[in-house]
Structure formats: C-alpha cells, structure tokens
Design a binder for this molecule. Structure first.
Ligand code: GAP
Length: 436
C-alpha cells in the first residue's frame, strides 16, 4: 500500500506537470528532478508561506540571500571538510554502495554478498573556480545555507541594527552527494533549504529552542498536515551532527515511514566562535545596555522546501466518491491542499467553446488573473474539467455559461464541498477574496 501511494503520487506528479525526472530525454539523472508548471507554483507557495511566517510577520527576523559558492575556508572552519560524512559500505560481490547506518549486519541487502568495513564518505560536492583545475582552485557547493548566515552575521546585524535575540533567514539551494538518494524528492542531491538562525544570549538557548520547536510544529499544522501524521523526535547523542548540542526533528509519517521534515538545533556558539577564530574578525555582539560583548548562541530551524512540498502533496491526496452530473457516484481524485499552497487558485471554465461565450469567459479570467494564479480551460466536458482541477487541488472553479451573457453571473464551485454558488461577475473578486 505504502509503495503504491508513493508510486501514485510520483505518476500523478509527472502526468500533471508537477515534478518529473531531470534530463529525461537522456534517460534521466538519478535523484535530480524538474518542477513543471504546477510544481513550480506549489513549491513557490511553500517557500512564500515560510517566508511570510519567518520574515514578513516578524520584527525580529531579517532575510538574506548569500552565494552558493563560498570561500573553501568556510567549510574547513565549520567542520564540514572534516566531519560532514556518512559511513559508506560497499558490497564485495555486486559492488553496490550503501550507507552503513541504512543496512543491518554485514550482508548486502541486494545480493546477500559480504559488505566491506565502513569508511567515511564526505558528502560535499567539489568543483573548481576559474580555468585551472588544481587543489588551490577547489571550491564546494554548499551543503547547508546556514554558513552564509554565520559569515555575514556581523554585517547583517550592523546594517539592520537588530538586537539579540534576533534571526536571519534564507531560502536557497544546497547540495549533498548522498550515498542513497531516493523516495522521490525526499532525499536528493540538489535541494532547497529554508533555514533560520536565531541568535540569542548564552544561557537562554533552551527556552528559545522549545519555543521554536512549537512554532515550527504549528506551521506544519496551520498549512494542513494532519496532526496525527506529524511528531517531534529528539536525536540520540550518537545521531547529533558535529555542530549540534541538542537536536529535534519534526517528522512526518510518509508512506515509507516516519521521516525528518525539519530539524531544530541548538548549535551553541560553535559556528560563530570557529569563524571568529579562523578569520580573526570580531563576530561578538555588543550588548549596549549592559556594556558587554558576547558571542551569541544559535537556535537553528532547518527545513527543506522539496521535502515539505512532498509531505503536503502526500497528505492532501484523497480518492473520494462523489456524484457526477447525472447524480451517479463516481471516484474523484482530489488534492485537499491548503488554499495558500494550491498551485492554481481559480480555474475559469466556459461551459462551451462556442465563440459567443469566449469573450465573457476571457473577461472573467482577466478580472481574476491580477489577484490570483488562474487557469483557463475550455477543453472537454465540464465534469472532466472539474476532475482535472480537483486532481491538482484548485480550490475554486468559475463556470461561465450561456445565462452569464444575460444575467452577468457565474457559478462558483468549491473543491472540497463541491457546493455551487451563483454570483454576479461584479462580486466575484470580493466573493473569492473572502474565501481564498
Ligand atoms: N543547517 C542544518 C541542516 O542542514 P539538516 O537536518 O541536515 O540540517 C535540514 O537539513 C533539512 O534540509 C532537512 O530536514 C530536510 O528537510 C532538508 N534536506 C536535507 N538533506 C536533504 C536531501 N538530501 N534531500 C532533500 N532535502 C534535504
């Protein structure tokens, strides 16, 4: 069943232009995915919802967009060159490679052959800057966005004049040469992170961590994830990343089991102190009120945009029985996505393709398109068009029919209740504004 649901979601995503394999005409590139017309909207809505709650609606968090390529010294200092590794084992028979912590015993899960002793495999992608490909020109693709925030800490603090406690947030691509990517977009080698570092006075980090854990959990629920599918799990000491003193995962119950959506970490003053020592720059914060300099502690919230989007997709997927136009029960697939996340908010559907209807339907589309992402669909029966919109989670369908030409009214259908309201075209914006 579980595999079936992931297969169903993967094939729906491909068929409807949400997410599909990258470079597919060349057979694809393992674990790399492209976001199509609907996927790009859905992912953008996830990121916008995050930015709204983490930056726009807060006076104590500011945004940043730091570069993906950074000085290699950043990664030497942060401990990633030394410590950002996974234990790799290789089968002596079939030569397949696995993460040692994903296998049991010394037997290959594929062919039963003997597995090698684990060795540390660094997950950072390397490339070269400029035309010379030697060690002196080697740079890394960032494996987390957080380091950009740490190295810019003093500049951002000084220019924004924020007082501790305050946060810096950023959304951007990260890269990890994962040994075993998989489960669709859950674990990939190129992905987007939504990270926030909250700088606090030493000694207050525990209370801030608990607060952020609660806020981030609530964010998942506010955007519609079913509460029984979301839980918080604290890391065991042997799971902790090299920078973390304490870590909690917000987990979602995917069809393949409970898995991490987001991490909330107490990173202490590990990163700022290391960068201060290595760069020689003073990254301490000056507390004017108490005339005191200190290195702030950091509580980090680290989420993945692709992973969050996958959870929202899986959680929203339903197959329901609903009456068709003739009143017979029919199966319908519906994505019960939160309205803020739905890729298309309103679909305008002229009842027929007849020329007489087109100008009126276009007028309705033009009226709505400046407010919301809209679709215009005049192909096929109206029932089929409703199903197509349900399948991608469009909250409202607006049907323009022949009566509309006389009464200047349209029928608005609600995705979830399937209730229909007849409203004047002039009231359509206000009607939808109240509901979207
Ligand atoms: N800055 C801390 C940090 O990067 P992490 O727990 O390694 O912490 C944070 O990553 C989040 O980034 C994860 O919870 C997940 O949502 C996302 N993420 C990490 N690795 C990923 C991968 N290979 N594919 C997709 N998303 C990933």
């Amino acid at each position: 069943m579980a595999t079936d649901l992931m297969e169903t979601i993967t094939s729906l995503a491909k068929r409807r232009g949400i997410v599909f394999p990258s470079s597919e005409i060349y057979g694809g590139l393992r674990s790399c995915w492209d976001y199509g017309p609907l996927g790009v909207e859905l992912k953008r809505n996830v990121k916008d919802a995050w930015w709204r709650s983490m930056v726009q609606e807060r006076a104590d968090i500011v945004g940043l967009d730091s570069s993906i390529l950074m000085s290699p010294k950043v990664w030497e200092t942060s401990g990633h060159v030394q410590g950002f590794t996974d234990p790799l084992v290789e089968c002596k028979e079939c030569r397949r490679r696995f993460r040692a912590d994903h296998t049991k015993g010394t037997e290959c899960p594929e062919c039963g052959g003997e597995l090698s002793e684990p060795r540390r495999f660094n997950l950072m992608f390397k490339t070269h800057m400029g035309p010379v490909e030697d060690d002196a020109h080697q740079v890394y693709l960032r494996p987390e966005t957080a380091q950009g925030i740490y190295v810019d800490f003093a500049t951002v603090q000084a220019s924004s004049r924020k007082k501790v406690p305050f946060g810096i947030a950023q959304i951007g691509k990260s890269f990890r040469n994962e040994i075993t990517p998989g489960n669709f977009t859950f674990r990939t080698r190129e992905f987007e992170q939504m990270e926030m570092q909250f700088f606090v006075e030493p000694g207050t980090e525990d209370e801030h961590l608990r607060h952020w854990l609660e806020l981030r959990h609530q964010w998942c629920l506010d955007l519609g994830l079913r509460p029984e599918k979301v839980r918080i799990r604290e890391h065991e000491p042997d799971e902790l990343a090299h920078y973390a003193k304490e870590a909690h995962d917000i987990e979602y119950e995917f069809p393949f089991g409970w898995s991490e959506l987001e991490g909330i970490h107490n990173r202490t003053d590990f990163d700022l102190r290391a960068h201060m020592e290595a760069s020689g720059e003073d990254l301490r914060y000056f507390d004017q009120e108490n005339d005191n300099h200190f290195v702030p502690f950091v509580v980090e919230t680290a989420a993945g945009a692709d992973r969050a989007m996958l959870a929202f997709l899986v959680d929203a997927y339903r197959v329901e029985e609903a009456p068709n136009a003739k009143g017979e029960l029919e199966k319908r697939t519906v994505l019960r996505l939160h309205k803020d996340l739905a890729p298309i908010k309103v679909a305008v559907l002229p009842l027929s393709r007849k020329e007489t209807l087109t100008p009126e339907a276009r007028r309705v589309f033009d009226l709505l398109k400046t407010r919301w992402m809209c679709d215009y669909d005049d192909a096929g029966s109206i029932g089929r068009r409703y199903r197509r919109q349900d399948e991608v989670g469009t909250p409202y369908c607006v049907t323009v029919d022949f009566d509309s030409l006389d009464d200047h009214a349209v029928t608005v259908r609600d995705r979830d209740s399937m209730a229909q309201d007849r409203i004047p075209i002039d009231d359509a914006v206000a009607y939808l504004e109240e509901r979207l």
